[in-house]
Ligand binder design. Structure first.
Ligand code: HEC
Ligand code: HEC
Ligand code: HEC
Ligand code: HEC
Ligand code: HEC
Length: 181
């Protein structure tokens, strides 16, 4: 009896090691799957603090792009609208909706909405909206049909090849110093 149990228990250490190694990999795989799942579950679909719909404002209501991005014609940056501009309507419009309640909370806390920046060139690049808008390019040429996007996406690479190929096509300057500071 004791002889037999000794025989079967002899290979255990090896099996235990294999089991431990296998267990480790299974646990690791589960952890990877679980964090992936939880991240998908808890991250809101829009990474923006407030799910702002361009479709409603720029398409349905027909607000001009520069009503909110007022820098486009005169400045380098298009700029983001101030909270007060949103509130000029939303102090009374759709105040029962969750996203508008969030907007009013920012107002109550006296805190600006920090929109996540989607388009950003490296700091060594010189780019101005002003020159491009004055050259009669539409927003669409570089940003696509934003008024049709429930959530703004970047539709161009913004890499050098993209800038230079349009400059070639339109006869604009291709000197390195035009874009490189
Ligand atoms: C009522 C105000 C409003 C109007 C009108 C509006 N926008 Fe916006 N736009 C915003 C806000 C707020 C954001 C930041 C949140 C977001 O990305 O959705 C934004 C973001 C953007 C961005 C992304 C900026 C970045 O890089 O982070 C682009 C591009 C843009 N708008 C283009 C347009 C164009 C083109 C139009 C006209 C067709 C337009 N917008 C009309 C308010 C407006
Ligand atoms: C000219 C008036 C006006 C301005 C300015 C304006 N909005 Fe709106 N907004 C509206 C109207 C009208 C609706 C549609 C409400 C409805 O569905 O009945 C709307 C809808 C919305 C919605 C969707 C609400 C929902 O869940 O249905 C959000 C979010 C929103 N606006 C945020 C903003 C933000 C942020 C700004 C400033 C960048 C802004 N709005 C500026 C008029 C405006
Ligand atoms: C020639 C291409 C081009 C055109 C035309 C253009 N943009 Fe842009 N836009 C860019 C690039 C490139 C950036 C990133 C700029 C940076 O990082 O300095 C940008 C950034 C932005 C941003 C976010 C950063 C900022 O500047 O505030 C907004 C908002 C924006 N554009 C709106 C518009 C609107 C609205 C129009 C039309 C009136 C427009 N753009 C026309 C290329 C363009
Ligand atoms: C869709 C076409 C188009 C794209 C894309 C484009 N540009 Fe331009 N750009 C132009 C045109 C047209 C002019 C000429 C404006 C003028 O003559 O005043 C111009 C002018 C400029 C100027 C001023 C030139 C001068 O002579 O002072 C700079 C700087 C510039 N672009 C940088 C960029 C950068 C950086 C990018 C990419 C991130 C870019 N552009 C993408 C069409 C474009
Ligand atoms: C019309 C605008 C434009 C012109 C003209 C231009 N560049 Fe660029 N360049 C860019 C932009 C935008 C970037 C950054 C995006 C990228 O890496 O593609 C860049 C990036 C680069 C980089 C990579 C830098 C890094 O650290 O990633 C080099 C090298 C470069 N350019 C060299 C040149 C040279 C040399 C010339 C002249 C023959 C030139 N560029 C002309 C717009 C321009």
């Amino acid at each position: 009896m004791s002889h037999e149990s000794q025989k079967t228990s002899a290979p255990w250490p090896k099996r235990l090691i294999r089991l431990a190694v296998l267990g480790y990999f299974v646990l690791f795989a589960l952890l990877v799957v679980a964090t992936g799942f939880l991240r998908g579950f808890f991250t809101p679909p829009a990474s923006q603090p407030i799910a702002f719909p361009h479709t409603v404002h720029a398409d349905k209501l027909g607000l001009a792009c520069d009503f909110c991005h007022s820098g486009v014609e005169q400045e380098a940056s298009a700029g983001a609208p101030a909270l007060s501009l949103c509130l000029s309507c939303h102090n009374s419009i759709a105040t029962d909706r969750p996203e508008i309640k969030k907007l009013l909370e920012y107002e109550r806390r006296g805190e600006p909405v920090r929109w996540e920046r989607l388009h950003a060139l490296p700091s060594f690049i010189h780019f101005t909206h002003q020159r491009h808008i004055q050259a009669k390019l539409t927003c669409d040429a570089c940003h696509g049909a934003v008024e049709q996007m429930a959530e703004v996406r970047r539709v161009r690479s913004l890499d050098m090849g993209w800038c230079v190929s349009c400059h070639r096509e339109k006869g604009a300057s291709r000197d390195c110093a035009t874009c490189h500071k």
